[in-house]
Ligand binder design. Sequence first.
Ligand code: PMP
Length: 359
Amino acid sequence: GASPTVRLRQVLGQMPDYKPGRPAAAAAGVTPFKLSSNENPYGPLPSVLAAITEAAGSVNRYPDMAVVGLRERLGRALSVSSDCIATGTGSVAVLAQIVQAACDAGDEVVFAWRSFEAYPIVTQLAGATPVMVALDDRARHRLDAMADAVTERTRVVLVCTPNNPTGPTVHRAELDAFLDRVPSDVIVVIDEAYVEFVRDPEAVRGLEVWRERPNVVVLRTFSKAYGLAGLRVGFAVAHPDVAAAIRKTATPFGVNSLAQVAAVASLDAFDELNERVESIVAERERVVRALQDQGWKLPDSDANFVWFPLGSDSTAFAEACEAAGLMVRQYGDDGVRVTIGEAEANSRLLEVAEAFGAR
Ligand code: PMP
């Protein structure tokens, strides 16, 4: 057809596309595994599936727009008032709502890089300017440099712990020192998408910080430890005024009725889900120890993935994984992120890593 004459925002041309991993081309007879999106390898629990199935009978009705049942259940689980909770279609949507609630055109959002790929995208979509501060040589946040990067245009700082895609946590002591330097009218988001996998005793617990500092917002998701990635539900814990502002920026009826009941049923099944988290953590520890024994020097990971900072060898390593049927996520010439998945997938990763040769 004719080329469109509609005017689109120029910023779209400068924004990267959000790219999922390439599909792995496994040899015939080799089971392929998807280790590219930090998903939970376990399918839904029977109790969660039953709740979804029951709710499916009422999909002619709109969902509860105020998400009352889930917000109250979350409030009980976390010992916070439901006024302090804002939900969205995945924590990435809640993040976009936070940035939209806080930023006018030209305002700044500070975050570490590399970190979650959606950060520059949601920032630019809001008309704000990303200010990216390089990680240190152990792939950790440089919070001192991030504090130096805060200006009077800064409205939001994003702190990702454990950091996606590199794995280390931010420690409580360094975060406190950072927060003491950041003006209290700047929102500091602690993105805890992977918090359930953290075993580092010095790691920040976002809710503890939030209770002391009204400018802190804790971001959580049902996509990872809770295994509901396909249903799209995440939430923020914030001061009631901030939570109300975040709710104002939501698309009406965004969190659908199946997602709402599945999230409630998952909170009810915490113990069973937590056993799965424990086994994923045990697999991570097995993988990390075996890689160390092979001679690999990797950053610490407290998440459900490991980061191979391979520089210009990244493509070769991603291709070796794909040839073995493992779909992984390559980040240009920075490195390759591999999700901890089924035990068989993890063992196959160890074989690929050994054959590739430790770096
Ligand atoms: N934050 C981080 C750090 C992530 O890695 C992800 C998912 N990759 C998200 C947020 C968003 O997850 P979701 O939208 O599924 O809640």
